[in-house]
Design a protein around this ligand. Sequence first.
Ligand code: SF4
Length: 367
Amino acid sequence: MSLSTARLINELQTFGVRLADPKAGVESRRGGAGPSDHKALTLDGVTVMTPVHTAPAFESPYVVEKPDASGRSTVKRDGVLIGEVSFPSRPRFYDLKTAEGIPYSHIATLHGRDVLATTVLQSCIRYQSRTKACQFCAIGQSLAAGRTVAHKTPGQLAEVAKAAMELDGVTHMVMTTGTPRGRDRGAAVLAESATAVKNAVYLPIQAQCEPPDDFEWFTRLKAAGVDALGMHIEVITPALRRKLMPGKAEIPVERYLAAFAAAVPVFGRGQVSTYILAGLGDSAETILDLSAKLVDLGVYPFVVPFVPISGTPLESHASPSADFMHSVLKPLSEMIFAAGLKAKDIKAGCGKCGACSSLSTYERRLA
Ligand code: SF4
């Protein structure tokens, strides 16, 4: 894997792409948690979530031509051929419904190439109030549009996970959740969901939540079948946290560091990760300084470029430049590699999937 591939991924995630055929590939999600307004594209063997419905994507210099019957296509920049891309095929589990008639795709979706992703609770204590909500979040949009259900039951998750594994060969699962009321911050609902999935099928699971008040939850999550844990800092600088995520900023970065120190002995080095959004104002130095602390703790810092989602307060905020991402991800990959924390060794989750960032492509160049 070369630096030029990593840099091209940075460009595609900064600018997005225009699709000559908007129906190409797996239908993209609009709204919701995680990568929205994106499509999965495979480039040089790497599957990348690429913005297609964002404002910058409509003016992107990159155009993906209509794919052939097998999903293969080309990407051009200002008319000049850049390379070949392909679209992962539509998962077969999307054609199924539960006995009550809920489409499986409203319970969980395919992320990247082989990840099953769900938001167990599609509501959040912070989202109801714009003075508390994270300004980049669209968790309520897909619910309001009827494209998902508010609470995916353990039985529904187990049913869909089994089908997605058997029909589409998914290899790991991401379970995130909006933050409910209560001191567990969603750990309880994630634990009961993981138990149900693991009773149905062997699928490595990453759970994602805010740091719970009682760190005993880490042991309970692990016993429930959770293999890896994500607790997402997202923005680092205190003033930016207060501005961009006023509710969540009540939990300072130091609290996350304490939670990581308690979680790593339970899940293992490299099996605990955090998501950091580059491009919202934190300097490269700030991101790299915190990443060094995280790596020392055995935490994988998954740094992704911020991509604005339509309908959120930050919908007009620019993505970071490809050069900025390069200035962060190249040294970060070297730091991660030197510490022996590799994306490919993570059992499940965003760091393993890697489709929202070129970080793992930078890492592969070192392997
Ligand atoms: S990195 Fe995480 S959020 Fe992004 S596509 Fe993969 S599983 Fe989904």
